[in-house]
Design a protein around this ligand. Sequence first.
Ligand code: PLP
Length: 402
Amino acid sequence: MKINENYLKLQDSYLFSMIGSKVRAFEAENPGSDIIRLGIGDVTRPLPEAVIGAMLKAVEEMSAEKTFRGYPPEYGYDFLREKIRDNDYAARGIDIEIDEIFVSDGAKSDTGNIGDIFSAENTVAICDPVYPVYIDTNVMGGRAGELTKDGLWSDVTYLHCSPENNFLPELPKKAADLIYLCFPNNPTGMGITADGLKQWVDYANEHGSIILYDSAYEAYITEDLPHSIFEIEGAKNCAIEFRSFSKTAGFTGVRCAYTVVPRELEVGGVSLNKLWARRQATKFNGVSYITQRGAEAVYSQEGKAQVRATVNYYLNNAKIIEEGLRSSGFKTWGGVNSPYVWMKTPEGLSSWEFFDLLLKKAGVVGTPGAGFGPAGEGFFRLTAFNSAEKTQQAVERIKNSF
Ligand code: PLP
């Protein structure tokens, strides 16, 4: 009897528990202190009214024999897949059919589970710093090799992101089979231009790589940047796209997302669309009717306006953070097409040293960059998901403290 020993290689994910215990210790030592949290990447505004209305109606339907629904279709109800096709793709001139859209319970699960349809022998290229799920799920899948003393995995090709490349990864020197990209990026908040993304699509088509494109923050794009990788010519032959209602419409607790696997996408003559369909039908039993009716309402006229208002609210917070820090001499990235502002820690402080100092001097909590990979050391992430008032207050405190 043996377990999957790859799990034993995983590092304890201590980032948010460490933040929690440091904040609790500070509160115990400083009773009554008014701490402002700009650390966690979770939304705080309630669901749009249009979504609530649609969900309530769906609950009513579940209460009557005639309209009750049991297991949902494993790839999503057509009513939702059609709205996704029309609004997120056709409206941008992209031809995606509903059998290329797989509705799911989250971009975290999908970006984590997608490895199921690829060989453990494939090589992977992953940005540093990064959303840790891409690394950890490749460790579980046996593609990462061993952890080296510099905190990097021996078999992963790292796409180093730093101020020198403006936190935009460069094409790998060593070809990789699977390439994880996320734009707008978590944690750096940086977006990518169509020309920048075209380089990746061309590279992947030339080398036979597959790009796993996480577009969970697409709704935060304010500049002229691609919302979908399928806006780029050739992407249907080399990319899978992950989208989520979490940060778009406040579904972090409700859970709904989708993944697009184009029909054209093949490896060795095998359709990846068919493989993912098989994987989902076997291991996943679909998203609840009530949730999918809620997601559908995101695309109604009122839903769109309400979603826009909430996203703009967070974007305004991001602007307050970014402009406030920049005007005080901090070097920042992101915050324009993203709810995340990435900053250089002052005076050469390590990211945890800055965390401690920020908590002590300003009573503000953020996320140390080192938690997103070795290249995050010396950087810090602030999020725009608190209230406008608290965000403003936090920025004033930071300005007065450094
Ligand atoms: N992808 C990225 C880059 C994220 O930052 C997050 C959440 O923080 C997710 C995916 C998870 O999305 P979901 O809530 O749909 O699982």
